[in-house]
Design a binder for this molecule. Sequence first.
Ligand SMILES: *[C@@H]1O[C@H](CO)[C@@H](O)[C@H](O)[C@H]1NC(C)=O
Ligand SMILES: *[C@@H]1O[C@H](CO)[C@@H](O)[C@H](O)[C@H]1NC(C)=O
Length: 415
Amino acid sequence: MIKNLTILVLFLSTSFLGLKLMQAEGEAMPVNPSVSSSGSAAHVQGPSPSCPHGMKDYLPRKLGFTGAELLNRIKESTTSSSSQKMRMSLGSLTANANSLFYDNFMKLVGPQFLGSCEQRVCAPERSTVSRLTKDVNVLKHVHSHNDYWRSLPLFEALSYGVSSVEADVWLVQNNTELAVGHNEGFLEAEVRNLETLYTGPLLSMLDEVNCHDWDSDEKYGVFYNSPETTLYLYIDFKSEDNIRTYDLLLTKYLKPLIDSGYLSYFDLETNSVIWNPITIVLTGDYPQNTTVLDHGNQDGYFHSMQRFAFLDAPLHKLDQVDATLSVVASCSLEQLLESCSFSDPYAQQSSELSREQLECMWPTIKQAHELNLKTRLWGVPDWPRYKRDNLWKQQLEYLQMDFLNVDDLAAISKF
Ligand SMILES: *[C@@H]1O[C@H](CO)[C@@H](O)[C@H](O)[C@H]1NC(C)=O
Ligand SMILES: *[C@@H]1O[C@H](CO)[C@@H](O)[C@H](O)[C@H]1NC(C)=O
């Protein structure tokens, strides 16, 4: 009901712009040099681009398809010879570019108003959220494993309606930047950092759909069909200095999202979770104690009685967990089996989990749910495919896991 209502409100609020939209539909897409393909002109650093002449009349056109189909078409056009022209025109951007596919995608679908622009038009129906995720069913039970590794970090997951993504972050450039990547030796901090790949695009996307000047605390999220669904953004701590990583995360990368009211938080006054479009989860080698999490303050990191980061609790050690610091819990299949004293964790050779294994794991999942923690297992075999499918089914149906840790998003979307 709430969902239908919000969609209706969104529809009504944008339909009065109809005339203007139709006018824009017939116009050619203007060249807009200030719109950066990789998000380098984002909110956190650097000067905002000024509005190019005629910007106020410009609204991005809808492409007529959304979701995974949209991605596939852009991928095809990126490799086809007819994209030669686009390739040439992107030449000047190479220094900032991520990949040709990423840049083409950002040009066609990415947020058009990175940075502030006084003349920008409020048109959520033309936003990236609408152009990418309209008619895409949200997969609330899917976590995009190694999301940052994909050719389109964040956006590929969103195009499949996946509601949980992760980024591995490394402290680089004399502790002033969080680079995103798998291996320390292969980082490209200028182009692939937490802001260019995740927080920058998310801020712009949310600004596009929350541009109305009506007075409401309710924020629209990143899924058109389900604007109230939060997106979990896991930050996987890779560097040794996790306190510095955390401070930088909060002050540099999350602050703009916090200031706009886009992050879920733990309310230190009421001891309850307030949900918003993005929910930050710390995983990997994150700082555990509240002194660090709240910067030594009684009233929270920014003195607002709010805590904006949740911890990925160890599912196999729930007895040691302070559940008020977490909304999710995870561990590997092997860890969970060991914790319920299944002596041979490699008894996973068969094509599915045995009745004994399932019964051994189930009480832990139940306990997590009683603590209001959503659950996820990683390190679950995903080959061969029939075995992967069996294990997906068992996790969802028998174990009632909240998230599947998924590499193949196309496969899970058809599952
Ligand atoms: C690194 O940062 C520290 C602390 O801000 C500063 O004192 C030092 O000069 C910096 N080093 C370099 C090489 O920039
Ligand atoms: C929390 O972390 C701080 C900073 O490292 C440390 O000084 C403090 O002793 C820790 N507190 C607990 C209870 O572990």
